[in-house]
Design a protein around this ligand. Structure first.
Ligand code: ADP
Ligand code: MG
Length: 241
């Protein structure tokens, strides 16, 4: 029997596009409240792994368990109800809708009106910049604000596991710091996080555990501090020697 803290079990996950395998038997486990990151070069299969967990892409083989339940046959919206929220690459906001409307869409799978209002208040406290721009359309926000809105929207589904695909993409370094500070402030007790990043240093400094992906496989897993010291990781992903 698994410990009670086990949240997500990814077991021999395979994802294929037109018969070509992009993810080739990936396995890892995330417990409640733990932060993991998936690092690796462009094309390694990181986004495909997240998409399969969120239900945006079917599995070719393998198994996904979430909070003790098999979820790989569930539609994406059913996984959102179970507590899995994806912040997709490119943020996936509705540019012509306001900040407030985007946030409410994040709660689409819920019907606990009072809980939704309470969570909106929580998000506003954690991310005051989002609160200040409630009636602005999402497309007119800065890149950093859009990324924070995408995170806030994901939180509105009251997730137990937050999947983040390249939140630093396209942002200036100073803005990336702001977004990661915001992420720190929203990582409340118990929330599991799986962060995908090409920026390996950033990811390993944020997450306690890391997995290195190459050509569809996890080639190395461990605690982030040891991965930051690992010669292979330093050479391939941190620009060190
Ligand atoms: N929708 C798709 N159709 C066909 N091939 C895809 C699709 N999405 C990703 N791929 C391919 O799968 C491989 C892994 O891509 P991806 O998961 O996006 O990697 P990463 O996020 O690590 O850059 C790449 O070779 C990519 O070209
Ligand atoms: Mg990707």
């Amino acid at each position: 029997m698994q410990g009670d803290r086990t949240l997500l079990q990814v077991d021999a996950l395979t994802v294929a596009y037109g018969g070509i395998e992009a993810v080739k038997g990936v396995s890892f486990t995330i417990c409640e409240g733990d932060r993991h990151c998936l690092i690796g070069a462009n094309g390694a299969g990181k986004s495909s792994t997240l998409a399969a967990i969120a239900g945006a892409t079917p599995l070719a083989a393998g198994r996904l368990r979430f909070a003790g339940e098999d979820i790989d046959k569930l539609e994406a919206h059913a996984r959102v109800r179970r507590g899995i929220a994806l912040v997709p690459e490119g943020r996936g906001l509705f540019a012509r809708l306001t900040v407030a409307e985007n946030l409410r869409l994040g709660a689409y799978a819920r019907n606990d009106r009072h809980g939704i209002e309470a969570d909106l208040d929580k998000v506003f406290t954690m991310l005051p910049r989002i609160h200040e721009r409630l009636h602005q359309t999402a497309g007119t926000l800065s890149g950093g604000e859009q990324q924070m809105l995408a995170i806030a929207r994901a939180l509105m589904s009251r997730p137990r596991l937050l999947l983040l695909d390249e939140p630093s993409m396209g942002l200036a370094p100073r803005i990336v710091d702001t977004v990661f500070e915001a992420l720190d402030s929203v990582s409340t007790a118990g929330l599991g996080i799986l962060l995908v990043e090409q920026n390996a240093r950033l990811a390993l400094e944020f997450a306690a555990q890391g997995h290195v992906m190459e050509n569809g496989r996890i080639v190395l897993s461990g605690r982030s501090p040891s991965l930051l010291e690992d010669t292979r990781v330093r050479r391939a992903y941190l620009g060190g020697d």
